[in-house]
Design a protein around this ligand. Structure first.
Ligand code: ATP
Ligand code: MG
Length: 449
């Protein structure tokens, strides 16, 4: 018995050849002469309508079947007279694989996203989360297609790391069961906060590389844009400068929007209707736009002149807070903006110091609605400058000797960026809370499922 996916059944023409489908019951309606069952198997946004005529074994089997039950049905696909569906299935056999009692939590009425977070093991069965996770899947595949299509090599950087230079204070410790107090790895180990430093040595050998994998941050920020465990994409290019980096980020984001529009039409239409009225319009706009460019100094000026009562007033030298980022992209630029050349003091040691000595070759891409989506830079390739920066920040040079070696042996300009995959999924789906775009969100105090 080969089961057909509902996605394929809905797309195929009617046929007299019997087929088998499986799925979970969304709704049931019983009349005197027949019963209707709408089932969904997760392959498609739409449900398939099954019809059983009174007097058939299938009709009898439907007795007692409630929303949430898992069923298998056999029948033929017919053209549907009903509105809103092309085909339906006349069934002659139905097996209840797993019944669901009346306390099944996902009854037909709409539930709040907060409620659904508490039943994370069942929420993928809703229209909303089915859509989000299918879009997530399409984007994940599109990430690889984009980079592979351009000859980038997927570099598998470690999840357990001995380096803590990047994320001091926000790294999870990794410990083995106590072995006489000895460190398992010989010294403290942590979960990675970024694969960038390792990606750099791969790029300085293989040319163009990217990472795509889990990343962990123990930052205590309970926001709608931060997770403790998230997936990060980090391309790194040898022989490339900040302009190449910005161009790659822009091409990448546009490609992701185009792919989602091409492959997730039904999902985006559903999400647009129920969550974010602007979402596919925003994607189309982004795919067709030319990203604005502002230097950090120009951005700071624009914020000064804004005449807006920000919660945190902005002055040159300060980080851009989320409200500032949104103001720049939504009000100043009316679309995505690449902000470049941030003050040296608010950026990490590895960013290339500009000729003015005060700023570094950094670039962040800010997107409407979510603010920072990409953070990148040209890396410091000059050993003396890098060492001076590390000393300034009190970093242990011996721990980063290997990183400095890259500047000692065949150094060259190189650049890259990091992009949180969930921020991208948020942007594309229009979901307001990052916890609603990953199957098992991890955040302070939250580790269910
Ligand atoms: P933010 O200011 O939003 O905390 P960041 O400056 O800490 O971001 P980076 O260290 O530059 O971010 O990380 C690269 C990218 O990873 C960010 O642009 C963002 O898309 C994503 N990111 C960072 N922290 C998180 C997090 N806790 N959860 C999900 N995505 C994140
Ligand atoms: Mg952060």
């Amino acid at each position: 018995m080969k089961r057909r996916r509902i996605r394929d059944v809905l797309a195929a023409p009617p046929s007299d050849t019997p087929i088998t489908v499986c799925g979970w019951v969304r709704t049931k309606r019983t009349a005197k002469r027949f019963a209707f069952l709408a089932i969904n198997d997760g392959s498609s946004q739409d449900t398939l309508q099954l019809i059983a005529d009174a007097g058939t074994p299938a009709f009898a089997a439907l007795d007692g079947v409630l929303t949430g039950a898992a069923v298998r049905a056999r029948g033929v696909v017919k053209a549907s007279p009903g509105a809103g569906q092309r085909v339906e299935m006349q069934i002659d056999a139905l097996d209840v694989l797993g019944p669901a009692p009346a306390d099944y939590p996902l009854q037909k009425k709409g539930h709040t996203l907060e409620f659904l977070r508490d039943i994370g093991h069942l929420r993928p069965r809703t229209n909303t989360f089915g859509a989000v996770f299918r879009v997530r899947n399409v984007l994940a595949a599109a990430v690889h297609e984009f980079f592979q299509g351009r000859g980038f090599v997927w570099a598998h950087t470690p999840i357990i790391t001995g380096s803590d230079c990047e994320g001091a204070g926000e790294m999870f410790r990794v410990a083995a069961p106590a072995a006489g107090g000895a460190e398992f790895f010989g010294r403290p180990a942590h979960l990675t906060v970024s694969g960038q430093l390792e990606a750099e040595f791969m790029a300085m050998a293989l040319g163009d590389v990217y990472t795509f994998g889990p990343t962990f941050r123990a930052e205590n920020s309970n926001t709608s844009r931060h997770l403790s465990e998230f997936w990060m994409i980090e391309p790194e290019m040898a022989f490339a400068d900040l302009d190449d980096d910005a161009a790659l980020a822009e091409d990448f984001l546009k490609a992701m929007c185009r792919t989602a529009l091409e492959r997730c039409g039904a999902e985006l239409a559903f999400l647009e209707k129920h969550y974010d009225a602007a979402s596919s319009g925003a994607l189309r706009d982004l795919a067709e736009s030319t990203f604005a460019r502002l230097s950090y100094t120009e951005a700071a000026d624009a914020l000064q002149k804004a005449g807006v009562d920000f919660e945190i007033p902005h002055a040159w030298g300060q980080e851009l807070a989320s409200e500032h980022e949104r103001y720049l992209t939504e009000q100043v630029c009316g679309g995505p903006v690449i902000v470049t050349d941030y003050p040296r003091a608010i950026k990490p040691f590895y960013m290339r110091v500009n000729d003015d000595g005060e700023t570094v070759a950094a670039m962040d891409v800010l997107a409407p609605r979510i603010g920072e989506i990409v953070g990148g830079s040209q890396r410091e390739e000059r050993l003396p400058v890098l060492e001076r920066r590390m000393d300034e920040l009190g970093l242990d040079r011996s721990e980063l000797a290997w990183y400095c070696d890259l500047r000692r042996y065949g150094s060259a300009e190189h650049a890259g960026f990091g992009l949180g995959f969930e921020r991208l999924v948020q942007f594309v789906t229009g979901m307001a809370n990052i916890r609603d775009v990953i199957p098992c969100p991890r955040a302070p105090g939250t580790i269910d499922f």
